[in-house]
Design a protein around this ligand. Sequence first.
Ligand code: IPM
Ligand code: MG
Length: 354
Amino acid sequence: MNDILLLPGDGIGPEIMREAQKVLAVLAPELSWQQGLIGGAAFDETGLPLPDKTLQQARDSRMVLLAAVGGPKWDQIDPALRPEQGLLKIRKALGLFANLRPAKLYPQLVNASSLKPERIAGLDLIIVRELTGGLYFGEPRGIRQLANGEREGFNTAVYSESEIIRIGRVAFELALKRNQKLCSVDKANVLEVARLWREVMTDLGRREYPQVALSHLYADNALMQLIRAPKQFDVMVTGNMFGDLLSDAAAELTGSIGMLPSASLNDSGFGLYEPCHGSAPDIAGKGIANPLATLLSLAMGLRYSLNLPAKAQQLEDAIARVLASGVRTADIALANEKTMSTVAMGDAVIKALC
Ligand code: IPM
Ligand code: MG
């Protein structure tokens, strides 16, 4: 069994993954790793965004570290073969239904956020996003021709009770370990699927987690509250589509989406770890991307899938020291601060590890 499968993917993916490999070689040289293909890189080489071989490599590994997929180069190809499909397929095939996206503010970056420092100082929340259902995967879906000749696009938002309970338990368990507070986000004022979501979450809370204070917000209000007063939240749980939106917004609160890691877990604790940001084609190849979200994702993997909490802590501490020392990539730098390259940031983390 291999320890880690590295999937660099597209855009800035290969650049930031190189830094993760450098760090791994210093932090945990005893771990075995191999590389695989996903996204546009996989499409270019094999004609598929998720080749069977990659899926097999993932199944033969204890965790996956993925950088990013997608880019304008593949905008015109068959939508079923788009790079993003590789990511969606690997999530589905490995049953990675629980996506944890922690938004934690490093005190050193309090001025990098677009919010006033007093609104975000000490921010530490986590979004639990359902990742293998909902609008992203619901059937039927497609683009059809209507009788009048125009086309109509359609998707289906669908959640079964068991899917809601499964992600609900993950969120309630997390809330138990933190501040016994959980906010469930839905759109129960409009959508039947969300009405069921709210009812099932409420029942689950009453039955199994009476210690946790469960609240509910409509998604539009939740997004507003997240920007207005983010510190009111501790754990938030929501479906696939709203989770996608909420987590990008939460990322910006912490100064940059270049700082946010995520874990996607299945029933048996196997996980795929990836930064919340995308492939950033606008800066790909320039050597300026922030590798920290990927390094923080690696730390999450070391902790949750490889059971190496001390190594995870060592890496997280090194990153905090690097930030404290003023090293900044462009995305987290203030106007008057000197910016460093992707490689220099990786080197700084390695130096802080030793
Ligand atoms: C994310 C990304 C993906 C998603 C894309 C790249 C398919 O935005 O992980 O948040 O929508 O889930
Ligand atoms: Mg997203």
